[in-house]
Design a protein. Structure first.
Length: 211
């Protein structure tokens, strides 16, 4: 489920300037304690036999996080869905099905994009789960490549793009050949995020699954 692995390719033009994306990430981990933004996610599926054009699905919503280990994705369109990490449990709420899936957070988030954004606290800690390196600047963004050290998971590769030190783009490639691109806009500081946003209680009558 690509949303869980956030949760989740752009056509990049190469340039000769190589910005230090790792330094930008280090500053982000050190200085940014939280925030909220709007996002657009485009998931592109691999071509099937006989297809000449890839299938895509676009979703929109809001993202909030407070470091360490708390974040929330609220998908508004085309279908309402919430992913909430409260520091102990990762909750996935499918509103239409009135179904909630609850997993221990430490079991599912170690080598995921969420660790790069919300869970990580320094480069050394992230380096235990990811091979990290700066990538060429493109489209006005500074980039890093992150490859999970554990090779038997669904996540294959992550690229993170920064614009003037602010998280702008998250690209995810999984083992099924799907590519997910999240673009973030309208960032607000941590002071705009209430801690109550990361407390989740399953709705009355919901089917709660604990794999």
């Amino acid at each position: 489920m690509i949303k869980i692995f956030l949760a989740l390719s752009l056509a990049l033009t190469s340039v000769v300037v190589h910005a230090d994306g790792l330094k930008t990430l280090e500053t982000f981990l050190r200085d940014v304690t939280g925030g909220q933004a709007r996002f657009t996610q485009v998931v592109t599926s691999p071509l099937r036999a006989g297809e000449t054009q890839a299938r895509t699905k676009t979703s929109t919503g809001t993202f909030e996080f407070l470091r360490p280990n708390r974040f929330r994705f609220d998908y508004n369109n085309p279908f309402p869905q919430a992913i909430v990490a409260d520091g102990q449990t990762l909750w996935l709420h499918d509103v239409d099905l009135n179904q909630v899936t609850a997993r221990r957070q430490q079991d599912v988030l170690g080598s995921t994009p969420a660790a790069l954004i919300a869970s990580g606290t320094d480069l050394k800690a992230l380096g235990e789960s990811f091979e990290l390196k700066s990538a060429p600047s493109a489209q006005g963004l500074d980039w890093i490549d992150a490859k999970p050290r554990q090779q038997n998971g669904q996540l294959q590769r992550v690229r993170v793009g920064w614009r003037q030190g602010q998280l702008a783009v998250l690209e995810i490639a999984d083992s099924l050949g799907q590519r997910s691109v999240l673009t973030f806009t309208e960032w607000q500081p941590a002071s705009s995020v209430a801690t109550e946003r990361f407390r989740f209680t399953p709705p009355a009558g919901a089917d709660v699954i604990r794999p």
